[in-house]
Design a protein around this ligand. Sequence first.
Ligand SMILES: Cc1ncc(COP(=O)(O)O)c(C=O)c1O
Length: 385
Amino acid sequence: MAITFDHGGNVFAVARALGIPPEELLDFSASINPLGPAPGVKEAVCAAFDRLVHYPDSGAVALTESLAHSHGVDPANICVTNGSTELIYLLPRLIPGKRALIIAPPFAEYARALALAGWEIDYLQLSPAHGFALNWGELESVLAKGYDLLFFCNPGNPTGKLFRRDEICRVDQLCQAAGTFLVVDEAFMDFCEEESSKDAIVKGERGIVLRSMTKFYALPGLRLGYAIGADRLIDRLQELRGPWSVNTLAQVAGLASLADTGYRERTLRLIDTERDFLTARLQAIAGLVPYPSAANYLLVKFQGDISTAKLQERLMVERILIRNCDNFIGLPARFFRVAVRGRQENERLLTALGVVCNNINGASTPLSARICSLSGVEGNLLRRL
Ligand SMILES: Cc1ncc(COP(=O)(O)O)c(C=O)c1O
């Protein structure tokens, strides 16, 4: 089984390898709110500076209450963590068992966390030819083989495919019948909150919802995530979690983010408008086929004569990063993913993509020669990006 460590958003490594400051890169490879953090976050973080002489509030009580209020659940149903990645790594200890099923193409950390804990992993692949739709009969018969855990990302990353709330409830029922614990990763659900299955999952003890504050609230460098689930599961997660995994600055940043409802509305409007714009303009470039998405990124099928890695390399010449999806398990070659950003940035991407797709058989650039000659970890990273 192949396990990969590669993700988008490697701006520091790429900038080092290219000998430029990270600020010169236009990053479409990680899907982060293009507005940046909510306006009140910087002030709140600076104001909390003097609190750094104390250990963080271990239970992240104020943030937990604010999250509970915004989701309409009890604080006892929320466990705040150091990014949702911390949760992914806690799950193999939360759930007794050894066999996991992952809906593919998946976020790579599910398999890594499970494999490190000695679990066996199988994949149920959703096909691009069917718009990444679920075949219910297939899911039911695969679950009948006896899995302890199912990882289901909704909306899917990298696909952008949204399963409606009633579909996730149906998955939950199938899992209950098969004795499988359901993990719904809603890292990007803030972009389509009405379809969250949190209220249904929280009622049972055989499922949990993972949420991230790093994407919608643009805080990946601070790390902030949380689980929503039944009290008993949340209590157990609190026991498993390290005591100070959520630092003071992350807690105040989370609180300030949730307080700003105007920022939330601006974000949703911007992403809706720009996703439509980007989709239409990508469709107009010969050789590119974007898939429908409910999140702040688009998966694009690339039909040019060069590899996706070469396409990525050519965009890097323009200091633009895209996510080459070649290393996603269960996704055929020749897909890439781009974040939805602001209008000017999206136009810069579209112009660069248009030029590359029109000159697909052009000569290699000095930059691509330089990438090929890089050695060590960063050379490998850039070649695989
Ligand atoms: C689907 C999905 N889940 C979880 C995560 C982890 O997010 P974080 O640890 O930043 O909250 C990511 C990060 O890219 C992701 O794409």
